[in-house]
Structures are given as C-alpha cells and as structure tokens.
Design a protein around this ligand. Structure first.
Ligand code: ASP
Length: 306
C-alpha cells in the first residue's frame, strides 16, 4: 500500500522580528508548495527536499543561497547537505562561493560521485564539470547584508560574541520528506553565521550534525548555533532517539533540551520518521516552519507547545 506523503520545512531559528515574520512564512509556504508538487506526483522524498530547499535558497529572505549573511571579508560562503534515507547516500558542499543553489550540487554529488563531500574550489569545479553554471560571489550578495555586516563590525562586539546571537538573523533552511514509496530524505542549506571567519564550516552540511536521513531511524534538519550542534552530532543523536522507540515529537524536544543543557546551545529542529510521524521544536524565540500532510497544512514562526 502506498504511504501518505509528509513534508516539513524550516527557515531558521532565531529571534525573528515581527516585521519579518510574514516574509518568512511566505517563504516556507512556497517551499512546501514546491516540495509537495513533487510528492503529489509520486516523486521521491529526495527530489522533494531538493525542490523545497532550492525555493528557499532562491528567496533573499533566508540565509541560504543569494541573500545569505556575509563572512568577515564581506563574501558569501555557502554549505549544504542532502541525504537519502533509503540508501544512506549523501552529498555535501562546504565553503562554496560561486553556486546559486548549493543543494543542487550536493544532490549531484549524491547521485554521481563516489565521494560524499566537496569543499571550496573543488566543489565548484565538480559543479561546473557536471553542467552547473557558476555565478560571481557578488551575485549572491544583497545590499541588506552589506549593511548588516557593516553595522555588526562597527559595533566592535567583543571577540567570540558574534558566534551566535538569537537577536541576529539566522535563517538557515531545511526540509524533511516522506514519499509514497515509504522513503525519507533530508536537506539543509546555509550561508552560516554573520561575520564568520573565512573557511569556517558550520553544522549544516555535516552528516549527522545539521542533517541526517535513514529510513530505519529518521530524517532530521537542524538550525541554530552550529558549533554546539556539531559537538553534539545533534541530528544523528536525535535519529538515534527515534530508533530507540521514541516519537519524533519527543525526540525533537529532547534534542533542544540536550543542546541547551549540555552546551547552552540555541537552535531548532525538524524530525520525520518513515511512518510519517514528525516533530518540530526550537529553543530560540522563534523559528519559521511549515508542514503538509494529506490531511493538514500548517505553518508558523513559533511552535506553541514548548
Ligand atoms: N547552523 C548554521 C551555522 O552555524 C546557522 C543557522 O542555522 O542559523 O552555520
């Protein structure tokens, strides 16, 4: 019997100001439409998460693709990962500067490379060799972020304080999906943190940290302060809790408790298992999210039950 598809997406966890809520909700809903279009046609979870993330990478609202935060040198540097729960195949890119849609290159790596992960120029060369057009870094930079960086650097914040503040925009994007064939997949894409050091890689594109998918456990995408999330290998930690028999809803909340209690980390998470059970949680003031099943469609900037 075919499974009923499920799709959940997030557009980053942080202290989203009131005047930006609408753009974020619109963005995550557009991502749901794109991904659901794929699932509705009987397409794969992998295609659905890619389609959903591409929409958010193309939307300047989010810290992914064009419109991302700038690093200390004023450049956009992007990370992304996509993972297939059926086969455990994965593709990741890190610190790329000339790709409009890093998740597309990540998908190409998953499909066509014996390797899992490419960084920097090597990743861009892989993309070009596989027919993907390279852009200029300036094409990914928007005036809002030039100003954002300028203000941040002018504030002369004490060293280290810029690493993560829920007051700053953190709009990493991610998606998890279940398709009619019973397979799950996950993808995460980010421009990382504001004013990051060049070459800094966050959790988002690392397997088991910002993203994970295994049909036998769960599909997970995280967002938030990357360094603590990495240290806790949080996406895999959460999937393991689901494998141990816990509901994704419980595992999502527990992951946020663990992040907070163990390392005072802040962030958000979406979790989905191959039975279509899901969880959404965050310990930041807000997180843009949207969800669609055969019977309901929902979105918000806050999960009220925390
Ligand atoms: N986790 C991302 C990073 O640290 C940022 C975010 O999710 O907002 O690169």
């Amino acid at each position: 019997m075919p499974n009923n598809p499920v799709l959940a997406v997030h557009g980053g966890a942080w202290a989203l100001p009131d005047d930006m809520v609408e753009a974020h909700i619109r963005g995550v809903r557009n991502a749901i439409s794109a991904g659901w279009g794929v699932l509705g046609r009987g397409g794969t979870a992998l295609d659905a998460v890619e389609a959903a993330v591409v929409i958010m990478e193309d939307d300047d609202t989010f810290d992914a693709g064009r419109g991302s935060f700038l690093n200390r040198d004023g450049k956009v540097q992007l990370d992304a990962l996509i993972m297939d729960g059926a086969t455990l195949r994965a593709g990741g890119v890190g610190c790329v500067e000339r790709l409009r849609n890093p998740v597309r290159t990540a998908r190409k790596i998953l499909t066509e490379s014996p390797h899992v992960y490419f960084v920097g120029e090597g990743a861009e060369r892989f993309a070009a060799e596989h027919g993907m057009e390279l852009c200029r870094n300036e094409d990914l930079v928007v005036p809002r972020e030039i100003e954002h960086l300028r203000r941040h650097q002018a504030d002369a914040a004490p060293p280290g304080s810029e690493l993560f503040s829920a007051e700053l925009n953190h709009d990493t994007v991610g998606a998890v999906a279940l398709d009619r064939h019973g397979n799950i997949a996950a993808a995460t894409s980010t421009g990382g943190t504001l004013n990051k050091a060049p070459g800094r890689l966050g959790d988002s594109s690392l397997i088991g940290c910002g993203c994970y998918a295994d049909n036998q456990t769960a599909a997970v995408s995280t967002t938030g302060w990357g360094e603590p999330i990495m240290k806790l290998v949080l996406a895999k930690w959460t999937a393991d809790r689901v494998a141990a028999g816990n509901l994704p809803e419980w595992a999502a909340k527990e992951a946020m408790n663990y992040l907070e209690q163990r390392l005072k980390g802040q962030g958000g998470i979406i979790v989905l298992n191959a039975q279509g059970q899901f969880g959404i949680a965050h310990n930041t003031p807000r997180m843009a999210w949207a969800l669609k099943t055969m019977t309901k469609e929902d979105s918000g900037a806050k999960v009220e039950n925390r």
